[in-house]
Structure formats: C-alpha cells, structure tokens
Design a protein around this ligand. Structure first.
Ligand code: HEM
Length: 552
C-alpha cells in the first residue's frame, strides 16, 4: 500500500514540478522578448499532454529516484563556503569523495606534498567535511594559544564513533564532559605522584626487569624492540590504573598487550573509517574492521570492566585509593551521593583507561626505539652519554630519579630524539567558533589537522633542522636549555596530561639502558637500518634489529 502511495505522490510532485518549469521557462522567454508571446519551441501543450503518462513508467521512476540520490550525495559531499576566503586546496576535489584519497598512504609524506602545492595552511574536502591542515610553529601557536577556546574540542572521532564510544574518555570527549574527565584525571595522576617518587619507584622496578629481558638476548639481535618496550611501559600504566604490574609471561597480561598492539597496528586508515558504517554491513572482514573492533571489545570487557568490578568489590570508601580506578570511583560516588551533576560514570572510566593505555604506552616505547636507532647511527653520542653516566652515577647501581638533573647530555639526547622522532605528530581539533588566520577564514565546524612535526623540524627555527644534534639543547656552559619552540607534548588546553610521567619514564629507561649496554647494529658490516619513519597512530621507525651488548 505505502509504496504505491509514495509512487503516486512522487509522480504528482514531478508532474507539478515539470509544469512549473515549462511555465517559468516560457514566462522568462516572454518577458525577455526574445521569443513570440506563445512559446512554440517549448511545445508546452504537447509536453503537458504526454509527460504524465511517460512518468508512469517504472524506468522513469527509477531514473528519477537515482538522480535524486546522486544529487543528494553530491550536494552533501560538496563544501559550501559561500565565497569566503578559506585556505586553498592543494588539488581540485574529486566528485563525492573530495580529497579522501590524498589521505591514503603515509599522511606526513602526503601533507609535505600538499604543503608544497598550497602553502602552510590548506583545505581538504573529506567527503563533505572541511578539513584544514596547519603547518609551522607560529600557525600552531595561533590556533592552540590565541584561539585555544575555539579549538579545544576534538571532532567526532571516527574510531570512537564506530566503537560506539563517541564523546567518552579523556582523548575523545568534548565540551563539559572533557573538562571534567581532564580535571579528575590530572588530579588523580598528581595524587599518585606522577613524576614524583611513587611512580619513579615503580618505574625503577620495571626498568630492572626490562634490562634483564634485554640481557637475556646475550648480545644476539633483538628483532622487535618496540614490542618488548611496549610491555615494560604498559606495566607502568598498569601500576597507575590497577595499582600493580604483571609478569611478562602472564597469559592475562599477554592478552592486554596483544589487544593494545592490535588496536594500534590494525587501526583502519581514515578513508576506511569514513566508510565504516557501510563496510561493517558487508559479509566477511575485507578491511579488518571487525578484527580491530573485537580486540577493543576484548580489552574493554576483560581488562577495564573486569578490573573495575574487581576493585569495586574490594574497595572500602574509608581507605585511601591506591590506583586510578579506585580514585575515580571514589570521586564519582561522592558527587552522586551529594547530588552534584556529573559526567563521571563507568562508560567514561572505561574510555579513560583506554586513553591512558593508548596515549601512555606507544608514545613512550616508540620514543625509546627512536633513541636507540639514532644512537646506532651516532655511536659517538652513545659513548658520550655512557661517559656522563659513568662519571655521575658510576656502574655499581642503576641510575635513579635523583641522578637525572646531573645527566644533562642524556636529557639533550632525549630532547633531540623527541624533536626528530616526534611520535605524536598530528593533532586534531574541531573549530567551534569562526576565526581568522593569515587572512583566511577558519570556519566553525571545520576540522583541523595540526602538524606538530612541522614545528619540531621547522628549518626557520632549528639550524640544520634534519640533523641529529643533541648539543642544540645545551648552552655554552653545558646547561640544559628548553627552547619554547620545543613542544613534543603539544600546547594549550589539551596538551599532554602525562608529560611528567613520560619524561620520567624516558629518563629512567634510557639512562639504565645506556649504562648497561652498547647498542650495536645486527651486522656491523651491513648498511644501518634507515632513519625513515612511518606515520601510523604514532610516528614510528621502520622495524629494525639491534644487539644489546652488555658493557660489564
Ligand atoms: C613521549 C611520550 C608522550 C608524548 C610525546 C605525548 C604527546 C602528547 C600530545 C602531543 C598530545 C596531544 C595534545 C593535543 O592534542 O593538544 C597528548 C595527549 C594526551 N596524552 Fe600524551 N604524550 C606522551 C606520553 C603520555 C603518557 C605517558 C600519558 C599517560 C599515561 C599520556 C596521556 C595523554 C592523554 C590522556 C592525552 C589526551 C589529552 C586530552 O585530550 O585532553 N601521554 N600527548
């Protein structure tokens, strides 16, 4: 019944529309006086006689519906900027998909190409979403500091939307929810002495176990340093979240690591995520979306929810919380008991756990693998760090937190590693108010991709910007300097809340590694592994083999 009715209505609408068109057409011609008063060329009478019967054919209806669909898709995927001066496009957009294919492949390489074509600030049409890519230190400051309020939110994140976790957790939430998640997370992290002694002690324990693991290779090539480092750093995050570490061969822990690694390595690329709502209905798993989602679901169920329930049953509200989950539950319950409106709830807690794991593991471990790789290329740097550690700490004990201020060259090496191997290379933001930049309109609702590495390697700021040179972070008297241009942890409202913890981990892990081992290539006679990075979730070196030769 309904399809027939809809069909009739469509025919009626179409017939009225066509009559109107013929009428306007004739009227226009008449008023322009290019044609005689009766427009014979239109054959209005003939058309009006035959059209309604032609419109009864199913082909006509199907064609009309298809045309309507194509028109809707076309107008939805076009950027409408009403003649305003938006940043230029690097290439003409393709119908429907816009510039989606320009995001395929290595995004940093593609951005470098587009920057050459269109300048430091350029627009992309991502199937109707206006994305603006911003390069260069001053432009990043303009966005994140001068217009910090208008750019504090993240766009609707395709990953969390697909996982049905949108606007949840520290990393993906927006507006007042994000503000509350951020405040509580920072408070709890400080409470556990992030960057202070409690976390330093836990990290030192982890470092020892990690060193023994490296020593167990007995100088033979270690094939996947990143995986080993991931496990060690992940354990530090576990200590914060649940208050305890796990043994590396614990099956439960192995599953956590496997899921975390799958989240990163199997994450579908942006163009696949854009079409995820369609792809997920297809049989099979051509783009790996289902496999990726199942690792996240497993992480949420078997780690986050399981640990929350365990801690809830053991939790005594009168005790001081000893981990992130207990502290979050305490604050959440307090607010609820007092009737204070709050965004603190279990779905947000689950996403916060994921944010801490994802942002706090891969970033630190990848930076460590970059540092080892740079040292393979610069053995003189390695020896200099070792000599510094030997003279300030000796070799009888491993370096601890109180040694770090004396290890200035080591700190300079870590900074230079973070500058050239900037792991968190691309930040994303939603524009919530129009603003202007370099004469261009940055319109409300557009999305920003902020290329942090363009600032960390800006040739105008850093002399020989592509050269590994730790000395640039030391002044003439050998004191450590931190130029304001050095911003691997971001800038402004959403800058990294884990910076102090990350710096402490990098200092302690790397100081102990330099003290105990000499990093040597797999085959000293062969070519060294390339310094080229790939832009995945983080900017990561290509997998390489390295030998950790015990110095003692
Ligand atoms: C070398 C290590 C690290 C680097 C280079 C790094 C860098 C960054 C950067 C650039 C941002 C984005 C800031 C923005 O969008 O403006 C960020 C966000 C974040 N980082 Fe880190 N990070 C590191 C380690 C950590 C650690 C150890 C943790 C916690 C355990 C952590 C937790 C987070 C979280 C939760 C966010 C999202 C904050 C928000 O959206 O409000 N990070 N990090």
């Amino acid at each position: 019944m309904t399809p027939i009715l809809v069909g009739r209505l469509l025919r009626l609408e179409a017939s009225v529309y066509l009559r109107q068109q013929v009428f306007y057409h004739c009227k226009r011609r008449i008023s322009n006086q290019h044609q005689p008063a009766f427009c014979t060329s239109c054959r209005e009478d003939t058309m009006l006689t035959y059209l309604p019967s032609a419109m009864n054919t199913p082909w006509f209806l199907a064609g009309g519906a298809l045309a309507l669909l194509v028109y809707c898709a076309w107008s939805k995927t076009r950027l409408k900027y009403g003649g305003f001066n938006i940043p230029p496009f690097p290439a003409p957009p393709k119908p429907f998909i816009g510039h989606i294919l320009l995001l395929k492949g290595d995004i940093l390489e593609n951005c470098a190409w587009m920057r050459k074509k269109a300048g430091d600030i350029f627009s992309l049409n991502i199937a109707g979403t206006h994305m603006i890519v911003v390069n260069g230190l001053e432009n990043l400051r303009h966005v994140l500091l001068k217009n910090g309020e208008a750019t504090a939110d993240r766009p609707i994140d395709l990953c969390s939307q697909y996982l049905k976790e949108d606007n949840h957790g520290l990393m993906s939430s927006r507006g007042p929810n994000w503000k509350e998640q951020r405040t509580i997370s920072l408070t709890i992290l400080r409470e556990f002495g992030m960057g202070k002694d409690i976390m330093a002690k836990k990290t030192e324990v982890e470092v020892q176990i990690f060193l023994d693991k490296l020593a167990s290779f007995h100088g033979k090539p270690c094939g996947n340093l990143l995986l080993l480092t991931n496990a060690a750093v992940c354990n530090v995050v576990c200590s914060i979240i649940v208050g305890d570490r796990f043994e590396y061969d614990d099956e439960y822990f192995k599953r956590v690591i496997k899921n975390l690694n799958a989240f990163v390595s199997k994450m579908p690329s942006i163009w696949i995520l854009f079409a995820a709502t369609f792809f997920k209905h297809l049989p099979g798993d051509l783009f790996g979306l289902k496999e990726w989602k199942s690792s996240v679901d497993d992480m949420n169920e078997n780690f986050s929810k399981y640990q929350i329930n365990r801690i809830k049953t053991e939790f005594n509200p009168n005790d001081e919380p000893e981990n992130f989950i207990a502290a979050y539950l305490r604050d959440m319950n307090k607010k609820k008991e007092r009737g204070i409106p709050t965004y603190l709830d279990e779905p947000n807690l689950i996403s916060n756990i994921k944010s801490l794991f994802l942002a706090g593991t891969e970033t630190v471990s990848t930076t460590i693998t970059w540092c080892v790789l740079f040292c393979l290329h610069h053995p003189e740097t390695q020896e200099k760090v070792y000599e510094e550690i030997k003279s300030h700490v000796g070799t009888a004990r491993t370096p601890n937190k109180s040694d770090i201020p004396n290890l200035r060259y080591l700190s300079a090496v870590i900074r230079e590693t973070q500058r050239l191997g900037g792991v968190a290379y691309m930040l994303n933001r939603l524009v919530t108010e129009n603003f202007e930049m370099q004469g261009y309109l940055i319109p409300k609702d557009s999305q920003l991709l902020l290329n942090l590495n363009s600032a960390l390697q800006d040739g105008d700021t850093w002399e020989n910007s592509h050269k590994f040179c730790p000395e640039r972070f030391l002044d003439a008297s050998g004191q450590l300097i931190k130029p304001s241009e050095f911003l691997p942890f971001g800038l402004g409202r959403r800058s990294c809340p884990g910076e102090a913890l990350a710096r402490m981990e990098l200092d302690l892990f790397l100081a102990s590694m330099f003290q105990r081992f000499r990093f040597e290539p797999e085959d000293p006679a062969a070519e060294l592994p390339p310094l080229k990075g790939v832009s995945m979730l983080t900017f990561t070196p290509m997998p390489y083999k390295v030998r950790f030769v015990d110095r003692h």
